[in-house]
Design a protein around this ligand. Structure first.
Ligand code: UD1
Length: 367
């Protein structure tokens, strides 16, 4: 069904989880018409970027903006300028943005100011902290986008309360598409773990500002992770490492905890699939654990993925309680029964196709 519009559609992204979802979205968009892939370079380390292109078997982006890290203002401003140049020079007919990062915000603003319709993938998620960086980004993008692709019934209902009719489409979650497609290619976890870690181990990822901005508490939580009743493996995000090192805390393995450099998407899925418990603050891993049937302990006071809590797949533990309660909560989850929960809260794993078809309708209606 190729060539349903003459586009081009600009697919804009830049962080690890976006690069993963962009792989599926790009393929589906390409079946409908021309696509230009614009990677902001917000993530540039090998494990956070180039390795993902290899694992997911996608072509490199058409443009890599090399924006890198900086304060929110510096990073977002640099991306805004570069996205504007590229949206203009490519004569983009629509811009597809994903999630809630600074790359999402910058691409959305650049496109909207050029009067290029914006399509927001992962629209309608909300947290109560309106000033959290990601919350600011997603609310602004949802207010400006022409088409809002909701990953769940709850997010679609949220958007219906906020937005005029006709902009919202319930697509399901692209992360489910990727997981479904990639799972058969995922290696066994044994090669990634120290001997004797299995069968029950904890897979840990922590990187969000709520934790990294309090390095003393972060360090205390990591100490607790080294005292869990099972082995734990923690591929550490560079931001987490930088936060600990800047404050003079150790960022190395201790006790039962092994800290490694960041891992690729396949390795992460493998570690999650075989874990006894996932301990995380990442939205992506909360859903992956849910789909894989592994109990998840989320070190946050709330989650945008509330269905995982309601279905009993996910447990919240606010960071300030984590040092006291991590051990007990983790033990309870490790001994919980195998996952009986319903796994359809975020669609059927064909979100990319629905998004691409909706983009075609949007372009055709604007022509
Ligand atoms: C960003 C998103 C966050 C998302 C996460 C996924 C924003 C505001 N935050 O957070 O919502 O969950 O991506 O991973 O956009 N760094 C490196 N190498 C890299 C990238 C970053 O070392 O390739 C380090 C730098 O010290 C940098 C820090 O990590 O300052 C933070 O990076 P940044 O891109 O600002 O945000 P993330 O924490 O990755």
């Amino acid at each position: 069904m190729s060539g349903r519009h003459t586009g081009p559609v600009a697919l804009c992204y830049g962080t690890r989880p976006q690069t993963i979802k962009a792989a599926v979205i790009r393929r589906e968009l390409s079946a409908e018409g021309p696509v230009v892939a614009l990677d902001s370079g917000q993530h540039y380390d090998y494990e956070l970027n180039a390795l993902l292109y290899q694992q997911l078997g996608v072509e490199p982006p058409d443009s890599f903006l090399e924006v890198g890290s900086g304060s929110h203002a510096v990073q977002t401003a640099a991306m805004l300028v570069r996205f504007e140049e590229l949206l203009r020079s490519n004569d983009a007919r629509a811009a597809v943005v994903i999630g809630d990062t600074n790359s999402t915000l910058a691409a959305c603003l650049a496109a909207a100011k050029l009067r290029i319709p914006v399509v927001h993938v992962e629209a309608g998620l909300r947290a109560s902290d309106a000033l959290m960086a990601e919350e600011i980004n997603r609310r602004v993008v949802d207010a400006v986008a022409s088409l809002l692709c909701a990953p769940s019934r709850r997010s679609a209902a949220q958007l219906e309360r906020e937005s005029p009719a006709g902009r919202i489409i319930a697509t399901g979650d692209v992360a489910h598409d990727v997981l479904r497609e990639q799972l058969p290619r995922v290696p066994p976890a044994a090669s990634l773990l120290s001997p004797g870690s299995q069968p029950h181990y904890a897979y840990v990822t922590l990187h969000r500002a709520e934790l990294t901005e309090e390095p003393q508490r972060l360090s205390a939580i990591i100490d607790q992770l080294g005292k869990l009743p099972v082995a734990a493996v923690f591929p550490m995000h560079p931001r987490t490492r930088a936060s600990l090192e800047r404050a003079g805390f150790p960022a190395g393995s201790r006790g039962t905890l092994t800290i490694t450099p960041p891992v690729g998407y396949h390795e992460s899925l493998s570690l999650a699939r075989e874990a006894g418990v996932v301990i995380t603050d990442s939205g992506g891993l909360q859903r992956e654990a849910y789909w894989l049937g592994v109990p998840c302990l989320t070190l946050r006071a709330e989650t945008e993925w509330r269905e995982t809590i309601e279905l009993g797949a996910n447990t919240l533990l606010p960071p300030e309680q984590a040092t006291r309660e991590l051990h007990r909560t983790c033990e309870r989850l490790l001994h919980s029964l195998p996952a009986p929960w319903d796994r359809t809260a975020y669609g059927d794993g064909h979100a990319g196709r629905r998004i691409a078809e909706a983009v075609t309708r949007l372009i055709s209606s604007a022509a």
